[in-house]
Design a protein around this ligand. Structure first.
Ligand code: ZN
Length: 516
């Protein structure tokens, strides 16, 4: 009999930490960060203190009181002796969104991660280019040591210690990824910290009680994977998935593979959402193409940096409108990461340019990887100024400052990303609107409503498709799989599942073990 404990993500969207035990063995399905909980106490300029390790997160109830956290993150005043002792053999990671992977960085490094090659590469690429801090240390960690002056209360990165890579078991292991995972840009210089890479192996080499089947599925990030674990009890886990994208056939294969599972752990992101809209990626393509076609001026496309499927769509739109797509150097580095894993060659075609930022010093990952590979693809601000109608720029609010150099005279801004769901994000839209007004841009995908100064964004249908199953699709998926039991996660409305499927639904309570 399998035991399932949902430590987090039972009544929020994200933060999934699902513990599965059978016989003497156990694994975690995802170990994500719970944004809803973080948001109760933290915002951009108020976050957990790295120097106190996991102290703040434990005391604010943002991570569960369990045992296998990194020892170097436990300060001397945090007593973990009463924490529930778990022994997961691995984390089976569904995809590289932070609400599924974010808290892996806190876990003891002896716990390997099972993931697709693309997911591993994205995590490594994000770590190479991103901010430091313990929250981002999934692919490799910076070991903390107690600071001399504070008796173990204060933890600091060990200057002379190398970065330590985490071990991965890839569900599909490409040769090029091994090299990518073992190199950290900048480590060649004399004084820099070196990376001691983790082991990257094929999933077949992981000895587990369960037979693990990994299914690539369609979601708003490439590399998403659903799992079927075959033990005495067969457990299927959806991760996040959809049936409205161009790779929906992948999701269907998982549904077939999961048929008659004893237990289905199922996401329910959209079941409780009032403003649910069924937009497909094909409709998004049509809306965005029309917006780009209608403008003879500069077009800016704003979509999530990790939504590579949307990037592929804008490459197509650029081709069809006779424009060149220009991305940031950071995007190029992440594309390089993906290419190591899936063998694609988006940047080699010459169809994509890379925006040359006005900065005297290049970052290491840029000077050592992006520039040597694609130095010819760089596009400077003045080239765009001379013929703005020849370009689609992949920028977001945070790149608006570059418009001060390009100085466009009007243009189109296509917002093709998720709706704002917090007040802070709404304020960001006011800022975005100010930038667009300043340069005379028309906005597609959203508009502002309300009083001057207190305006809120309203999102227009057709410019963004959800990464998740709709309520009707979940009903269809569950009927086809026909599981004995259903455990809803990643939802604000677990009760919806009960209404649909009655007693087969086991509503998980946080930290309480279910015998399934
Ligand atoms: Zn996701």
């Amino acid at each position: 009999m399998v035991k399932i404990t949902v430590f987090d993500g039972s009544s929020t969207i994200g933060g999934n930490k699902i513990y599965l035990e059978e016989g003497d063995e156990a694994v975690f399905l995802d170990f994500g960060m719970n944004f809803a909980r973080y948001g109760e106490f933290f915002q951009e300029f108020l976050s957990e203190r790295d120097t106190r390790g996991i102290h703040d997160l434990i005391h604010l109830g943002m991570i569960p009181r369990i045992s296998p956290y990194r020892r170097d993150l436990i300060p001397s005043d945090l007593d973990t002796s009463s924490f529930r002792k778990l022994a997961p053999k691995a984390v089976l990671l569904s995809h590289a969104h932070l609400d599924h992977c974010g808290n892996i960085s806190l876990l003891d490094r002896s716990i390997p991660v099972v993931a697709s090659g693309v997911t591993a590469a994205i995590l490594k690429g994000m770590r190479d280019t991103g901010a430091s801090g313990m929250g981002s240390e999934v692919a490799y960690i910076s070991t903390r040591v107690p600071h001399d002056d504070y008796g173990g209360l204060v933890l600091a990165s060990g200057r002379n210690l190398p970065y330590m890579g985490r071990d991965f078991y890839c569900t599909d292991c490409a040769e090029a990824i091994l090299e990518f995972m073992s190199q950290k840009p900048g480590q060649g210089s004399r004084n820099s910290k070196k990376l001691e890479p983790g082991k990257i192996r094929d999933l077949s080499q992981l000895r587990l009680h369960w037979g693990v089947e990994a299914y690539p599925v369609d979601h708003s990030i490439y590399g998403a994977t659903a799992y079927v674990l075959k033990g005495e009890t067969t457990v299927a886990y959806t991760g996040d998935m959809r049936l409205s994208g161009r790779n929906r056939e992948l999701t269907r294969k998982f549904v077939q593979g999961a048929r008659s599972a004893d237990v289905l752990v199922c996401e329910g992101t959209r079941v409780g959402r009032a403003h649910d809209s069924d937009v497909t990626e094909d409709e998004v393509m049509r809306s965005c193409l029309a917006a780009a076609e209608g403008s003879g001026k500069l077009t800016v496309a704003d979509f999530s940096a990790r939504n590579f499927e949307r990037l592929d769509m804008f490459i197509e739109i650029a081709g069809r409108t006779g424009r060149r797509l220009v991305i940031t150097a950071k995007d190029a580095y992440l594309i390089n990461a993906i290419e190591c894993a899936d063998g694609s060659h988006r940047l080699d075609s010459g169809a994509i340019g890379i925006y040359r930022e006005m900065s005297p010093a290049e970052r290491k990952w840029e000077s050592e990887v992006v520039r040597p590979k694609w130095g010819n693809a760089y596009v400077a601000y003045d080239e765009i100024s001379r013929a703005p109608g020849d370009y689609i720029l992949c920028f977001s609010l945070f790149d608006m400052k570059h418009l001060l150099d390009i100085k466009p005279d009007g243009g189109s801004y296509i917002y093709s990303s998720s709706e704002a769901f917090s007040e802070e994000q709404e304020i960001d839209f006011r800022r975005l609107k100010a930038w667009l007004d300043r340069f005379g841009f028309s906005a597609y995908g959203f508009h502002m409503e309300g009083e001057e100064g207190a305006e809120v964004p309203r999102f227009e249908k057709g410019y963004h498709a959800s990464g998740h199953l709709s309520a009707d699709e979940i009903v269809g998926v569950i009927k086809e799989i026909g599981p004995g039991k259903i455990v809803p996660v990643h939802t604000e409305d677990p009760g919806w599942f009960r209404e649909q499927f009655g007693d087969r639904v086991v509503l998980p309570e946080e930290g309480k073990t279910i015998d399934a």
